[in-house]
Design a protein around this ligand. Sequence first.
Ligand code: GLY
Length: 354
Amino acid sequence: MAPSKIHSNIIFSQQVGSELEKIVQRFPAGKVFLLTEETPERLCLPLIGPLIQDYGILCKSISGGEPNKSIRSVEQVWEFLSKNGADRNSLLINIGGGLLTDLGGFVASTFKRGMAFVNIPTTLLAQVDASLGGKTGINFNGLKNEIGVFNEPDTVIINTNFLKTIDHANFLSGYAEMLKHGLIKNPAHWEELLAYDLENVNYELLADIIAHSVAVKDWHVQNDLTEKNIRKALNFGHTVGHAFESYALHAGRPIQHGFAVVYGMIVELFLSAKACGFDQAKLNEINQWLIQTYGKFEIEPSAYDELYELMTHDKKNEGSRINFTLISAIGQVEINQDCSKELIIEALDAYRQL
Ligand code: GLY
């Protein structure tokens, strides 16, 4: 099942403590720090408690939640590092969901012009997407991930046991990014995701499927770290998805990122059929499955202008054009696609009528 080669800095292991110890040993005594948030702290710290004690690792916990993905939280962690003598030879271990690994990666990348960091993602979304590939950052002025840098972690340790504690909606949210990976690059992965029983999660099988998904993400990152070219494929579903996510938030009906990506993929599949010849029968089959699994975020035509406006502000746009990633078949991606406002409205209409 191609692509299967995973970058050497991604480790799959149920033994987080021993994997982490090998990394910690590469850094000077007293120069290893740990950043986490409340829930992962409670769930995961017992796994590495002895390591923290033995190596005198200093820990800092920040509050979770999107409003805390902010410069205020970054300042708190910079201050913690500064007071405790961190320097360029230090290591920051980030344990948590995507928000925490994004923020921790940004803190580490900017402190004294950069120290190493390790990500230990604890949610499915973070394991298959956010913690991988070096996109670090925070929100600013009400805009998501507005400030940040590309900087790859020293190592990512993926322990699928953490997923036993996340709720179903969170699980589905991460699964959405896996579905995207299947659609853009790997038809066999897409098929195994459809066949997987989401109601009775088999964690052993899940670990294999996650590895296939991580391989897709990693392939794009290794070929285009700073998203000048093929990494744009990973944006499939996200141009419309981000618009749905922001619209839902303003409308007081917030939806999780992965759900917004699914609704975005549905709309962008309609665009793919019109602009890139994606097969209509296949499109109906996929959209039916997605709606059955994720439900639907209801919109009225009165929402179209705001959704379109949000798409025009997407940070992936180039100049004044909305830059779509579409697919012409499962596994066949078409980057840098232009669609007219009329076509976008037509696709939103098709979504609304599902
Ligand atoms: N989440 C998309 C990317 O990392 O490029």
